[in-house]
Design a binder for this molecule. Structure first.
Ligand code: APR
Length: 251
């Protein structure tokens, strides 16, 4: 590790050790080492698939066109992905009462699989589908098939993955709890997110406005880096989180 990294790692660790209310805000980058490509950047999913398929009205009116794409992105490749070191470190920090909450934009359920329980799924969760007619939940994904649009076993209505589509409102309870947590944080950890999508990208601003120190881990600069980030750790989260962890005093 070069000297620059050593100094900033020690400084960030001392800030974390002194933190009273640490909140982590994660994006697709934290799942990259689990084999889930991010949405943007050179191998981003939106370079390969048309995001229109994730538009709510488009899905509801063209499920036969949209469903095979949604299946390919979120069910074909990702169903058996596992949490990486970044997820497991954050889960351990929660168990050690070191980290209060994770607000995640990710719908891959990997924080929960890693053992985190205080998780606000800001964009919902792909691991379950909701009936658009009777609100019945499907959690057993083995029945999903790329060539058959998913229908409710109770009423025959169209099922929709339980994540927030483009053009869809974020549930008020989720929005409020996320912004409350961001406002309470004295250390706000921004991990693996480009800052491109609102209203999620207002969470770091809210934390900053309420006096939090913004620590960012990202492979590249994001819209936060030269704007509100106080400490920028450039690199892979699956490497940097364990490195930081080794400097922390955890009871
Ligand atoms: N470690 C840390 N950061 C990484 C890594 C890594 N191994 N790999 C990629 N990154 C960074 C990229 O540099 C980028 O800044 O993760 C970020 C991923 O950005 P996006 O792909 O835009 O993902 P995200 O910010 O989570 O997108 C927000 O957009 O499409 C919608 O609903 C979707 O929740 C998603 C939202």
């Amino acid at each position: 590790m070069n000297s620059f990294h050593e100094d900033i790692i020690k400084k960030v660790s001392s800030i974390l050790n002194a933190g009273k209310y640490i909140v982590a805000f994660t994006g697709a980058g934290i799942s990259a080492e689990s084999g889930i490509p991010p949405f943007r950047g050179q191998d981003g999913l939106w370079n390969k698939y048309d995001p229109v398929n994730l538009n709510l009205n488009y899905y509801l009116s063209n499920p036969r066109k949209a469903w095979p794409v949604i299946y390919d992105i979120f069910y074909h490749h990702f169903t058996d992905t596992l949490p990486n070191q970044g997820h497991t470190i954050l889960a351990r920090w929660e168990k050690n009462k070191f980290l209060k909450t994770i607000i995640t934009q990710n719908i891959d359920n990997l924080h929960q699989l890693a053992g985190s329980s205080s998780v606000i799924p800001f964009h919902g969760n792909a691991r379950q589908l909701l009936c658009t007619k009777c609100n019945n939940l499907l959690t057993d994904l083995k029945y999903l098939n790329k060539n058959q649009i998913p229908v409710c076993q109770k009423c025959g209505g169209l099922l929709k993955p339980d994540f927030v589509f483009f053009g869809e409102e974020i549930p008020a309870s989720v929005l409020n709890s996320a912004f409350e947590e961001a406002a309470k944080a004295d250390v706000f950890f921004v991990i693996g997110t480009s800052g491109e999508v609102g209203p999620a990208n207002q969470l770091p601003q809210t934390a900053k406005r309420n006096g939090a120190v913004i620590i960012e881990i990202n492979l590249d600069k994001s819209l936060y880096t030269n704007n509100i980030t106080d400490y920028f750790l450039q690199g892979k989260s699956a490497f940097l989180l364990p490195l930081l962890d080794s400097f922390l005093i955890q009871t």
